[in-house]
Unconditional design. Structure first.
Lengths: 388, 615
């Protein structure tokens, strides 16, 4: 079957951050230095080739970008300054836009003005809605108790409703990802068994990001892990212990400890990332897409307004605490509603899913190759004595 | 068409100038803004536009501009502007103008660089505006010429040039930095693609140089300064103290036998040792010993210790107290043939050179596989030996050592790489194939892997040579190697084999690095002394890439061989012969052309104006 090439593909990738793809002359150095490049996922050279050739469909089927953690070794050693690491990063953005059926993701990645505008719009709408809601049933002077401005029981219901909507978007996009990379390929002998047997990888990689830890430099992995775990802790606290957090002076100490840890983690890790990106301290921080900045700043201001709200509430300044709460919510809602399904945050789902599907796919490929592997080896000009 | 051309020259022409850039570096440091203002003030120039870096030229938009400005001629100015010519030709034709009236102002090609870059760029632009070829308008003045020629560098290039000029009956001074002529070629085992014995081609030429009545060899000497004008240069040559009488020495080797000092041999690329008093190799010309003052105990202690060689010399031709000398030469032409050095492979840490004992550079392997080398041509891996003098264990080549079972050859080491040398060193692909042949010939049971990016088999018979090596059973892997590592005493070479779509790891016993070529040490000093420009990588710049590849900016100074840019032996010899003809031109006629730099902008402009065809 002939593959249709899209000669404009590289130009289409430019807004996503891929700039130097055409410089690549295919020496294969990047694929060989990459700690994650191994059969059957040999990258980043091959995706670079697909890009140069404009093989859009083939690229859309790739799981390889999700296996790359951008340690920057490839870009460092690239003899052509073709920035293979940045190409993989921009492919992840492009794939995110491809998986998203609404087209919002594509809009955001291609134009920061749209992304920022949407965030501001949602923020303003949220602020208006919560202010009206608060005034309609409570008093601005009361933070908790029966006459609370924003009672935790109502916010709790709102949180879960929002979570369900987000989950619906994320799951439908993840299903599209599965369809592109696995489902569509009828020749792939996958079995339900192999899906089940590898299922443990999803939570394991989600929680530990163990593969990232295999990069030579551990710093980025630790910062990334801290950010993710802090975020997760905060999410659990908000989704399950919101009442405990809002409740008067007598907050459960366990909620306190976890809350403070998570807040510190969020603030420190986002500041570290922002500093690294500003200083361009390593290959993976040399190029920053607008969506990277928006994402980091958004998390930071969400954390900071949360801290402020907490301090004001503990100081007994209920009016100020309520106003800050509205500001905080008007930042939290766009962060969740826009960043999680449509922008950078979505990789929290795609990354572990990609690793998991890659494993299932590799198992299936190994099985289909078993039969004719010997014959194929004989035909190769340079039979690898030891394949990595 | 002829009528159309006539029609436009009859009335006053309207000319549009477009500046285009192909590189971030602007035209050898020329101030393009100043060139633009100058161009705008030339008569008949209607418009000057800058299209910036690598513009995507839309012929239709240009055609609209041509019609709006009523342009009859377009000048494209910049480095390699021919790159953009098709788009402008199309635009002219779309606009209904004469498509041939697109002229190029090629800055880089006509040597825009260095101090006079801006003035030169203006002159080139002016010539293009007037429609006169730059080389025609920029004709330097004539001068009287001394018939003797100085050749700097005694490698194959300098030898060939010297021989041809001397055979033409004119005097040649051949200055060589080391103790013998021969250069790198003397170190080689075989040549590609013919697999001829390199020494069998070179040594007769070396002997001919040594015996030629018209050639005066000044070995172990360096050009210290050069003054004067083309045709009458005054050259000061520093003659280092050889400390052995060149004419009296019969190369009996007694001095070397008794010398207690051992240092790495330059000729053997450091894989064997020589004494402090030594002959670089047995076929050296002049066939005489010399003292390396940096390692000689007598010289280093100011005569307090040793001196045993002088006592034992049966010819009494060693004078350890000799001092260097200075010699003045009067020459008309200077030929620069200073060759190259190889890249320092230890800069590429990932290949383990200097860490893994059996990672060798190309020159080291040339010596290892050479029958006159330390192992008599046996390809062996290094063995661990105890050095009693230094009391350490060290890895050395031993003729009785073990043969490697597998050898990896890595191409493009430091070449075509923006982190090291961006250029292609041009010889590595073919010498690597030659190595593969030598390995397979001498060790038929050993596996040999070639890791390459692109196989540049561009010359006569090269592709057939590549095919031959393939048929001999070398595994050719397309993909550059990322690393050479040690896995429990076994070297492992890792790379992507992109034709089979795998990342592969081969266990090997020996790795050969096809290191790239870099300009010879202290080329910068020589360039300053001679007043010739060098390109961004340090190679000497020729006067005109296509039309005058042996000349330089400076009249009477010519370049030959690798010092002008990487090239193989056949090309080097061809260029050396060409340069000999250039030098003979001045030597035979007694007249020649001065430097281009002797012409001012107004000289060139006036001459260009006078050459404009009359309407």
């Amino acid at each position: 079957m002939a593959i249709r090439a899209n000669p404009k593909l590289i130009e289409e990738l430019e807004p996503y951050g891929a700039e130097d793809v055409m410089k690549c002359y295919h020496c294969g150095n990047c694929s060989a230095v990459c700690p994650f490049s191994a059969d059957p996922y040999v990258f980043p050279r091959k995706p670079m080739r697909y890009l140069q050739m404009g093989l859009e469909e083939k690229l859309q089927d790739q799981l390889d970008p999700w296996l790359c953690y951008y340690c920057g070794e490839c870009s460092d050693q690239c003899p052509r300054d073709a920035e293979p690491g940045e190409t993989m990063m921009s492919l992840r953005r492009w794939l995110t836009a491809r998986y998203d059926w609404t087209g919002i993701s594509r809009l955001f990645y291609r134009s920061w003005r749209w992304e920022l505008g949407a965030i501001l719009l949602v923020a303003v709408l949220t602020a208006i809605a919560f202010t009206l809601f608060g005034l309609s049933q409570g008093s601005l002077a009361s933070y908790d108790g029966p006459n609370a401005f924003l009672p935790s029981s109502s916010i709790h219901i709102f949180d879960w409703a929002l979570a369900m909507v987000l989950l619906a978007f994320l799951l439908s996009n993840a299903a599209r990802m599965w369809w592109f990379t696995m489902g569509r390929d009828k020749t792939l002998p996958t079995s339900v068994g192999s899906y089940v047997r590898s299922l443990w990888m999803l939570p394991a990689h989600f929680l530990t990001q163990a593969r990232y830890g295999q990069c030579e430099r551990k710093g980025p992995w630790l910062t990334h892990l801290a950010l993710m775990l802090s975020y997760l802790t905060m999410l659990v606290l908000i989704m399950f212990f919101l009442a405990d957090m809002a409740g008067g002076p007598g907050i459960d100490w366990r909620v306190h400890v976890f809350g403070y840890l998570a807040t510190a983690g969020l603030v420190i890790s986002t500041i570290l990332f922002l500093r690294n990106r500003a200083r361009k301290s390593a290959p993976q921080y040399r190029h920053s897409h607008e969506s990277d900045w928006i994402f980091l700043v958004l998390i930071l201001v969400v954390a900071l307004t949360g801290i402020l709200q907490h301090i004001l509430h503990r100081s007994g300044l209920d009016v100020a605490a309520n106003v800050t709460y509205v500001v905080h919510l008007s930042l939290v809602v766009p962060m969740l509603a826009l960043e999680v399904p449509f922008s950078k945050w979505s990789h929290l789902a795609y990354r572990p899913l990609g690793i998991y599907l890659a494993k299932v796919r590799a198992t299936a490929l190994a099985r289909s190759r078993e039969g004719d592997e010997a014959a194929q080896r004989g035909a190769e000009p340079a039979a690898p004595l030891r394949a990595a | 068409m002829a009528r159309a051309a006539l029609a436009v020259t009859e009335e006053l022409m309207r000319i549009g100038v477009y500046f285009c850039r192909v590189g971030v570096e602007t035209s050898g440091g020329a101030n393009l803004e100043s060139v633009g203002h100058y161009t705008a003030n030339l008569p008949q120039v209607e418009s000057v536009r800058s299209l910036g870096l690598l513009p995507r030229i839309d012929p239709e938009a240009i055609a609209d501009e041509i019609v709006a400005d009523e342009l009859d001629r377009i000048v494209i100015a910049g480095d390699s502007p021919g790159f953009f010519k098709p788009a402008f030709t199309r635009a002219m034709s779309l606009a209904g103008r004469e498509p041939d009236e697109v002229r190029l102002a090629s800055f880089r090609e006509h040597g825009v660089s260095g101090d006079g870059a801006t003035e030169r760029a203006k002159a080139i632009a002016a010539c293009a505006v007037y429609g006169v070829p730059f080389t025609l308008a920029a004709q330097p003045h004539d001068a009287k010429w001394t018939s003797a020629t100085l050749v700097i560098g005694g490698g194959i290039s300098g030898i060939q040039a010297a021989l041809e000029i001397a055979d033409g009956g004119k005097k040649v001074y051949l200055v060589e930095r080391t103790g013998t002529i021969g250069g790198h070629m003397a170190m080689f085992d075989k040549t590609f693609p013919t697999l001829d014995c390199a020494a069998c081609i070179l040594t007769p030429k070396m002997v001919a140089v040594g015996q030629h009545p018209m050639i005066e060899m000044l070995t172990y000497s360096e050009v210290e300064s050069i003054s004067g004008l083309p045709g009458s240069f005054r050259v000061t040559v520093l003659r280092h103290a050889r400390r052995v009488d060149e004419d009296a020495c019969v190369a009996c080797n007694i001095c070397s036998d008794v010398c207690p000092v051992r240092v790495p041999s330059e000729f053997d690329a450091g894989i064997a040792e020589r004494k402090a008093i030594y002959i670089p190799f047995p076929q050296a010309v002049p066939n005489a010993y010399l003292v390396d003052e940096a390692s000689c105990t007598y010289v280093q202690t100011n005569g307090k210790k040793c001196g045993v060689c002088a006592k034992k010399c049966p010819k009494e031709c060693i004078d350890l107290d000799a001092r260097g000398d200075v010699q003045q030469l009067d020459v008309g032409s200077v030929i620069v043939a200073t060759g190259y050095d190889v890249l320092d492979a230890s800069r590429l840490e990932r290949y383990g050179y200097g860490v893994q004992p059996n990672v060798l550079t190309a020159l080291e392997f040339e010596r290892l596989t050479n029958a006159s080398g330390p192992t008599g041509g046996r390809i062996v891996t290094k063995s661990l030996r105890h050095n009693k003098r230094k009391k350490i264990d060290e890895w050395v080549f031993d003729a009785e050592g073990e043969s490697p079972r597998s050898v990896a050859i890595i191409h493009c080491v430091g070449s075509r790489d923006t982190n090291y040398n961006a250029y292609c060193s041009r010889v590595c692909c073919m010498y690597s194939l030659k190595f593969a042949h030598l390995v397979r010939e001498k060790l038929p049971d050993a596996a040999c892997y070639e890791f390459y990016i692109d196989m540049r088999a561009f010359g006569k018979g090269y592709e057939a040579f590549f095919e031959r090596i393939r048929e001999e059973g070398t595994f050719i892997v397309r993909g550059r190697t990322a690393s050479v590592t040690d896995h429990d005493g076994q070297m492992v070479v890792k790379g992507e084999d992109m034709l089979s779509d795998h990342v592969v790891e081969f266990p090997v016993d020996m790795v050969l690095l096809a290191v790239g070529l870099v300009p010879a040490d202290r080329s910068d000093e020589l360039a300053r002394m001679l007043g010739i420009p060098r390109d961004e990588y340090g190679w000497f710049t020729e006067a005109d890439y296509n039309g005058d590849p042996t000349g330089t900016e400076r009249g009477g100074v010519y370049v030959a061989g690798v010092c002008q840019g990487p090239k193989d032996i056949p090309d080097t010899v061809a260029q050396a012969s060409a340069v000999a003809a250039r030098a003979l031109e001045g030597a035979m006629t007694g007249r020649g052309l001065q430097s281009l730099a002797s012409l001012s902008l107004s000289d060139i402009e006036a001459r260009a104006k006078s050459l404009v065809p009359a309407p």
